[in-house]
Design a protein around this ligand. Structure first.
Ligand SMILES: [Ca+2]
Length: 494
């Protein structure tokens, strides 16, 4: 028996290397994933913007593929949960938005994009806005990232005075002190972190895009000889808008235009670093956004940030990988940030996490051929409040609940253009909703202006049943949200 086992072992030794080579064929590209905050579909030239200049993004699109049905979610945290886990946020119990007083986050047991690439020897870094929990156990360094530099949530929030871990050499600005950081909060004053420590408070938001870019370039240069995954979720263009000295007042489009032109510059810097490192052909670059426009434009779609209409969730998305992704092409098929995890898993050769359901699909076939058939024909639209707000199947979209954002109070230096006013189509379609559901044909009516549910009863019934079935499955199999350990003093009291 033992000798049989031995010979089997020898046989497997002989066979293993060739099998390993066959299975290990994945190209393992470097991955640079740039995730803009609150940038809408109509905010950059490759997707129709004519207001400001984005030469580097124009080039990225000319050298890569534009996805024109690429879905995120209506707001920040839920979108990041989708992107990093390959699941609808409801499945992983992440709400629309985490605030600094909420001691919860994406559960540490969830397998993130970083944890998918890590076993293949990838160096990983997150630079920018995290927004999946600011306590130690939820930060990027607890979710597979080797390093983190950025602000832990949105730039209009505050510090969490009780839990901010101030570095010994933390830089304090605007006349504030360590005591202030531990006792007071004020909106738009947010901590800049490295790893798990606050290194600057309040952070100088005008230089964030510039400093993120410098960190990104440094990371690319120092990891050019091994595979790397750079996740760059920018703080811009979320309110309050900011741009560095070199860009302020230059775009002719206000602070929003300035901030977008600076992001474009940032892409130029990153692409130059990739080229100079000689890794152009083995680097996949993905550029997209977390939700519809807040300050800018979601044209030509209906609605903006916060909405489950297309303008709230359909994002500009460009992917570039020379020699793999056909240049200058466009993909109209349904795809979205939930597809990134299964796709990257396949690209790097990591099996999908066992014993859990994912919602995304491997969309390599869409990336690698200009006229590929659909990978998934259905998409679910969850609202900020965690309700299933709509379902799309092929060209049909059934809106189940209206989820219009409340009008935002406009602060000084923070003026939002009155883009909602231009949204005439929204007004037209609103009337359809008291009936409980509105049906749109996105091919014939991309602006979601005309409810055609009355003349398509069968489609409504089919989509309603499908929506119910899928939503029920997700809720039945939902996994828990992460809850931070109680504070030490609370423990003592208890
Ligand atoms: Ca956002």
């Amino acid at each position: 028996m033992k000798s049989l086992l031995l010979s089997l072992a020898c046989l497997s030794l002989l066979v293993a290397p060739s099998l390993a080579v066959a299975a290990a064929d994945p190209p393992r590209p470097n991955v640079v994933l740039v995730f803009i905050d609150d940038m809408g579909y109509g905010d950059i030239a490759p997707f129709g913007n004519k207001q400001w200049k984005t030469p580097h993004l124009d080039k990225l699109a000319a050298e890569g593929m534009k996805f024109t049905s690429f879905y995120a979610t209506p707001v920040c945290s839920m979108s990041r949960a989708c992107l990093l886990t390959g699941c609808y946020n409801v499945r992983v119990s992440v709400p629309g938005v985490y605030f600094p007083n909420i001691q919860k986050g994406l559960h540490p047991d969830e397998v993130t994009l970083a944890e998918i690439v890590k076993p293949q020897g990838y160096a990983t870094m997150c630079i920018g806005k995290w927004h999946l929990g600011h306590r130690d156990e939820f930060l990027p360094t607890s979710q597979g990232f080797d390093a983190y530099f950025g602000i832990p949530y949105s730039n209009d929030m505050t510090i969490d005075p009780k839990h901010a871990r101030l570095a010994g050499d933390c830089v304090f600005r605007e006349g504030l002190t360590a005591d202030d950081a531990r006792s007071k909060t004020a909106r738009n004053r947010v901590p800049l972190m490295r790893g798990r420590e606050v290194i600057e408070y309040p952070t100088d938001q005008s230089t964030l895009t510039k400093r993120y870019t410098e960190e990104a370039v440094k990371f690319i240069r120092s990891n050019k000889d091994k595979p790397f995954f750079l996740y760059l979720p920018h703080t811009m263009v979320h309110y309050p808008l900011a741009a560095s000295e070199a860009f302020r007042g230059k775009s002719g489009g206000g602070l929003l235009g300035d901030a977008i032109e600076e992001i474009d510059w940032s892409m130029g810097q990153i692409m130059a670093a990739i080229r100079e490192a000689g890794i152009d052909s083995k680097t996949l670059v993905i550029f997209t956004s977390d939700n519809g426009a807040a300050a800018g434009s979601s044209a030509p779609w209906r609605g903006k940030k916060g909405s489950i209409y297309e303008g709230g969730v359909r994002e500009p998305c460009i992917m570039r990988w020379p020699g793999r992704i056909p240049a200058g092409t466009s993909c109209p098929q349904i795809a979205g940030n939930i597809d990134m995890l299964p796709t990257l898993a396949a690209l790097v050769g990591t099996p999908l996490p066992e014993g859990r359901t994912l919602d995304g699909r491997d969309i390599r076939s869409l990336m690698f051929a200009a006229d590929a058939a659909a990978v998934r024909d259905t998409h679910l639209y969850y609202t900020r409040a965690g309700q299933l707000g709509a379902i799309r199947q092929g060209d049909w979209k059934l809106v189940l609940t209206d989820d219009r954002p409340k009008p935002r109070k406009t602060a000084k230096n923070d003026k939002a253009p009155k883009a909602e006013k231009k949204d005439q189509s929204a007004k037209a379609a609103k009337s359809a909703l008291p009936f409980g559901a509105a049906l749109f044909n996105l091919a014939k009516d991309p602006g979601e202006t005309t409810d055609v549910s009355a003349e398509n009863g069968e489609v409504v019934a089919r989509l309603k049943a499908e929506a119910q079935r899928r939503d029920q499955e997700i809720r039945q199999n939902r996994r828990p949200e992460g809850v931070a350990a109680p504070d030490a003093d609370a423990k003592q009291k208890g």
